[in-house]
Design a protein around this ligand. Structure first.
Ligand code: FAD
Length: 460
C-alpha cells in the first residue's frame, strides 16, 4: 500500500514537505504549465534524510519522481497523482574546492551557475555549460549526462564526474566519491548512474573534475557558404588551435533569420542571407596571442573560401550578444504548435539525413516550417518543426518522420536531452533489443519494486 502525505509528515517530522496548493503551484517540467498533480514534494536536507525516506517508500512500494532544476525537455519529471516528488532543492551545498586535486565536491541540488562562479574564484573551471545554467542542477546534469556548449573539447557531463554518492531504491547509500583521474580498481559503478535519468538511484553528492580557467576566450562569429565549408572549418579551427577550440555551434539560415527578425538591438551582426553561421570559441593563455591565433585562422579559412564574412567579439559585451542569439531558443515558439528534436547524426551523413527527412516532411506537410541549429561540433542538431496544423496526431506524425531515417545513418533520437517520457516510443530506433533488455535487467536489479521514475525511458 502506498504512503500518504499525512503518514510521511508523521514519520518524518523534520522533513520539508510541500502538499496541497504549495505542491500544485510547482512547475513539473520545462514548458509544462499545468498544476503539479503529485501527492506532494519532499525536500530532504541531507543524504541521510533522503535515504531514510527512500527506504520507507520502497518498503511501501511508493512511486517516486526525482526532481532537480526541472529544465529537462523530455517530460522526465512529469508526475501522476500517486507519485511523491523528491526534490534536491534544499541540497545545494558546495562542500569543498580543492585546488591541488582540482576537484569540487557538491551536493546534487547545486546549480551549475553557482558552481561556475565558486570555482572561478580559484582560477578553475567546471567545463560543462548549457543555456539553463542558472536553474539546472548538478544532479540533473549527471542523471541526464548533459551535453551543452563545450563538449567538442571537454566531453559530456560523464567526463567531468570523478565520484558520486547515490541513494539506491532500497535506501542503501552507495558512496563512490572517487577524486582521482585514474582508478581502475574494479567496476566503475558511478557510470551506471550517469545518464540513467534517475531510474537506478538518486544522486546526492558528486566529485567533479576542474580544469584551469582559460585566461582568455576568443569568440568568432562566421558566415559560411555551404555545409561542406562548415565541416572543413571545424577541422581547420580545431587543428589550427591545437585542440583549444571549446565551442563550435552552428545556426542554419532558418534559425539565424528567426532570431534576428526583427533584430533585438540594431542590425544583425552579419547579413541574413548566408546558408550557415558558426559561433566558435578558442581558449588561450592570454588575450593577445589568443586573438592573434583566432584572426590568423580566420584569414587562412577565408583564403580557402570556407568563410564568406565574420567578426571577432571585441569584448565580453559583444561576446554575450552573440551567445544571446544562439541561446534565444524562445523564438522557436513562433513556429507553435511545433515539435522539437535533439538528434545526433554523423557529420558525413548529415546532408543525406536532412535531405531524406525534409523530403518526407514536405510530402505530408507541404506548409511545414522548420529551423535547425545546434552543437554541430558534437554531431548534435536541434530541429524544430511546425507542421502548419495544430492537431496532436500531426505532431506525432512529424516525430515519426524526423526519427524514421535516423537508423539508416547511424543517428540517435536523443543526443543530450535523454529519453524521459517523450522519446520512449522511439528508443528502439537507437538501441538494439539486446541493449534495451540489459537496461531493463539493470533496472529490475537496482529497483525491483520499480519505484524510481517509473515508466521513464521504457516500460518494464
Ligand atoms: C534553455 C535551456 C537550454 C538547455 N540546453 C541544454 C544543452 O545545451 N545541453 C543539454 O544537455 N541540455 C540542455 N537543456 C536541458 C536541461 O537543462 C538538461 O537536461 C539538464 O541536465 C537538466 O538538469 P535539471 O537539474 O533541470 O534536471 P531535471 O529536469 O530536474 O531532471 C532531469 C532528469 O534527471 C533526474 N534527476 C534530477 N536530479 C536527480 C538526482 N539528484 N538524482 C537522480 N536523478 C535526478 C530527473 O528525475 C529527470 O529524469 C536545456 C534546457 C533549457 C531549458
Amino acid at each position: 500500500m502506498s504512503l500518504t502525505t499525512e503518514t510521511i509528515a508523521q514519520d518524518f517530522p523534520k522533513l520539508s514537505l510541500l502538499t496541497g496548493e504549495d505542491s500544485a503551484a510547482r512547475q513539473l517540467s520545462f514548458g509544462v504549465n499545468e498544476p503539479c498533480p503529485a501527492m506532494g514534494i519532499a525536500r530532504p536536507r541531507s543524504t541521510e534524510e533522503l535515504a531514510a525516506l527512500v527506504k520507507r517508500c520502497n518498503d511501501e512500494g511508493q512511486p517516486l519522481i526525482v526532481g532537480g532544476g526541472l529544465t529537462n525537455m523530455v517530460g522526465a519529471t512529469l508526475a501522476k497523482p500517486e507519485d511523491l516528488i523528491i526534490s534536491t532543492e534544499l541540497m545545494t551545498g558546495i562542500e569543498e574546492i580543492n585546488t591541488d586535486d582540482r576537484v569540487v565536491v557538491v551536493e546534487a541540488g547545486a546549480k551549475l551557475q553557482d558552481v561556475h562562479d565558486a570555482v572561478a574564484e580559484h582560477g578553475l573551471a567546471l567545463e560543462a555549460d548549457l543555456g539553463a545554467r542558472g536553474t539546472a542542477t548538478i544532479g540533473g546534469m549527471i542523471s541526464t549526462n548533459a551535453g551543452g556548449n563545450r563538449v567538442v573539447r571537454y566531453g559530456m557531463m560523464r567526463e567531468q564526474v570523478l565520484g558520486l554518492e547515490v541513494v539506491l531504491a532500497d535506501g542503501t547509500v552507495l558512496s563512490s566519491m572517487n577524486r582521482v583521474l585514474k582508478n581502475n580498481a574494479g567496476y566503475d559503478l558511478k557510470q551506471l548512474f550517469i545518464g540513467s535519468e534517475g531510474t537506478l538511484g538518486i544522486v546526492t553528492r558528486a566529485v567533479l573534475r576542474l580544469r584551469e580557467l582559460p585566461a582568455h576566450v576568443s569568440t568568432l562569429f562566421l558566415a559560411l557558404p555551404s555545409y561542406e565549408a562548415v565541416c572543413s572549418l571545424l577541422r581547420h579551427l580545431d587543428h589550427g588551435s591545437a585542440g583549444t577550440m571549446s565551442t563550435f555551434e552552428v545556426m542554419w539560415n532558418s534559425y539565424y533569420r528567426l532570431v534576428t527578425t526583427p533584430p533585438a538591438e540594431g542590425k544583425p551582426p552579419l547579413a541574413q542571407d548566408y546558408p550557415f553561421y558558426v559561433l566558435a570559441e578558442i581558449g588561450g593563455a592570454d588575450k593577445d596571442t589568443t586573438e592573434a591565433l583566432a584572426l590568423r585562422l580566420v584569414e587562412t579559412a577565408t583564403e580557402k573560401e570556407l568563410i564568406a564574412d565574420g567578426l571577432l567579439a571585441k569584448n565580453e559585451a559583444e561576446r554575450e550578444k552573440l551567445w544571446a542569439l544562439r541561446d534565444d531558443i524562445g523564438q522557436v515558439l513562433q513556429l507553435y504548435p511545433m515539435a522539437a528534436f535533439d538528434i545526433s547524426v554523423p557529420l558525413s551523413k548529415m546532408p543525406q539525413y536532412l535531405e531524406d527527412m525534409e523530403a518526407a516532411l514536405r510530402a505530408e506537410y507541404p506548409d511545414n516550417r522548420s529551423v535547425i541549429f545546434g552543437h554541430l561540433g558534437d554531431s548534435n542538431i536541434h530541429v524544430i518543426v511546425g507542421p502548419g496544423t495544430d492537431k496532436d496526431e500531426d505532431l506525432h506524425r512529424v516525430e515519426e518522420l524526423v526519427y524514421a531515417p535516423l537508423p539508416e545513418v547511424a543517428g540517435t533520437v536523443s543526443a543530450e536531452h535523454g529519453v524521459g517520457l517523450y522519446k520512449k516510443n522511439f528508443l528502439h530506433l537507437s538501441r538494439t533489443p539486446e541493449e534495451i533488455e540489459i537496461m531493463k535487467r539493470l533496472k529490475r536489479q537496482f529497483d525491483p519494486k520499480n519505484i524510481l521514475n517509473r515508466g521513464k525511458i521504457f516500460e518494464l
